[in-house]
Design a protein around this ligand. Structure first.
Ligand SMILES: [Zn+2]
Length: 143
């Protein structure tokens, strides 16, 4: 491949070889207290250490903490769509678009297993698809 897809934001995640299946979020881990942060930080929010902060790939699975169904879409999004917060095993809560299920209350339940995906989430100024991170219910067919 070698052709990097356009990202919604820089510095939040990596797409090795431009492969969406290999994508992962970039977090940081404090060598002093073990606190993991996302987005990655230069200073530990827990113990305020400013050295020994290491960049780490975050887990791609977590549990759904909360979600909401949005009937109004910002430009580039299609309503209705789902936003949710997912807790990763590293004790990090990630806010992301939820895909892979209908935008209905009973399609999701708090505490269910979710898996991270990288996919075009909206379109940029020139109509180009921009890739971001999303979560979907784990173990379901994607398309
Ligand atoms: Zn720390």
């Amino acid at each position: 491949m070698g052709n990097q897809p356009k990202k919604t934001a820089e510095g939040l995640f990596e797409l090795p070889d431009g492969d969406l299946d290999k994508g992962y979020l970039l977090g940081s881990k404090c060598a002093h207290c073990g606190m993991v942060s996302f987005p990655k930080r230069k200073i530990c929010p827990s113990c305020l250490a400013d050295d020994g902060i290491e960049e780490i790939p975050l887990s791609k699975r977590g549990k759904l903490f909360s979600f909401s169904i949005n009937q109004m879409a910002p430009e580039g999004f299609k309503a209705p769509y789902v936003m949710g917060k997912v807790d990763l095993p590293e004790q990090v809560r990630i806010f992301a678009v939820i895909t892979g299920c209908p935008p209905e209350e009973d399609a999701l339940s708090i505490g269910m297993d979710m898996e991270m995906a990288f996919e075009p989430v909206y379109r940029g100024k020139n109509g180009e698809p921009l890739v971001g991170y999303t979560f979907r219910p784990a173990g379901r067919a994607t398309k």
